[in-house]
Design a binder for this molecule. Structure first.
Ligand SMILES: Nc1ncnc2c1ncn2[C@@H]1O[C@H](COP(=O)(O)OP(=O)(O)OP(=O)(O)O)[C@@H](O)[C@H]1O
Ligand SMILES: [Mg+2]
Length: 275
């Protein structure tokens, strides 16, 4: 409801939108083994959520559940107000190691075009309206200058921008990014994080992002989902960035520092013993 009491379906009216993701008593298994269980949480529309947990904890698996690629073994899942289904165009997805898995030949612009036309039968002819949307998405991520180049000729940061353009070109409401900062230098990490902040603010996209290092993402994260001891948990980011919790989560000492400016960051709390 707006302040005038009129219901609105506008994307910016956060309160009236269904949550981006709801898990209710969810368990999931792969190869006959439970990956995680008893997942119960709600990600509100408009959140920017870090998904954290050690290797093999089931972060990618959680995205695959939301994408309707993997059935759950117990409980109920709701994505953007409906049951998960394959090919859901309201979700933009950048898989883990996505750009490394692309063939050498594809051009950046063509990769983004696939986000509109679907990849199953290759590139079909596009309409002027579709081409305009591709241009817009490329401009949005700042990739116009290298749009005609082959993906294999781009830097890691440039490739990640193009991958995000592909994920948003069809106006995704929910963006699932699996380790988008992996292998990027600090500057490129910051630029991608700034882009996520812009997407959240200007396009009102809900974002879930898998990361092993929370630090570069802390300026934009509102919440976190963390996979601890075989169960997913969800909380506000400030509740998750706590020494005890992160130390338990990663199984190695983690310190949390708050600067005089109020910025939070984490650090390895392990020290070489002094001689
Ligand atoms: N296709 C598959 N078939 C069977 N088991 C799988 C498959 N994919 C993943 N698994 C198993 O499911 C568990 C969770 O894997 P998942 O890829 O979701 O972890 P993750 O948290 O994303 O790890 P990482 O940080 O290494 O990317 C692991 O034990 C993994 O071995
Ligand atoms: Mg993974």
């Amino acid at each position: 409801m707006t302040s005038s009491g009129v219901p609105t379906a506008d994307r910016s009216a956060g309160g009236s939108r269904p949550p981006a993701l709801v898990l209710d008593g969810v368990s999931v298994a792969r190869g006959g083994q439970t990956v995680w269980s008893h997942g119960t949480f709600t990600v509100r529309a408009g959140a920017v959520v870090g998904v954290i947990g050690p290797n093999g904890a089931g972060k990618t698996t959680m995205f695959q559940v939301a994408l309707g690629l993997l059935p759950v073994t117990a409980g109920r899942v709701e994505v953007l107000g409906a049951a998960p289904r394959r090919g859901n165009r309201r979700i933009g997805y950048v898989p883990q190691n996505y750009t490394a898995a692309l063939g050498d030949a594809i051009r950046a612009r063509d990769l983004v075009t696939l986000g509109l036309t679907g990849s199953r039968f290759g590139l079909r002819r596009t309409s002027p309206a579709e081409r305009a949307r591709v241009d817009q998405a490329l401009a949005w991520v700042g990739a116009e200058a290298f749009a005609e180049r082959r993906m294999s000729e781009l830097s890691g940061g440039q490739q990640q921008r193009v991958a995000i353009a592909q994920a948003i070109v069809d106006d995704a409401e929910l963006l699932l990014l699996d380790e988008p900062l992996a292998n990027l230098d600090l500057r490129n990490q910051q630029e991608i994080v700034r882009l996520l902040g812009d997407l959240r603010r200007e396009r009102d996209v809900t974002i879930m992002v898998v990361a092993h290092d929370l630090n570069p993402l802390l300026p934009v994260l509102t919440d976190a989902v963390y996979l601890l001891d075989g169960h997913p948990h969800h909380d506000e980011i400030g509740q998750v960035v706590q020494e005890e919790l992160l130390t338990h989560l990663y199984g190695t000492p983690v310190g949390v520092v708050r600067t005089a400016q109020g910025d939070l960051f984490t650090r390895a709390a392990w020290r070489e013993p002094q001689a």
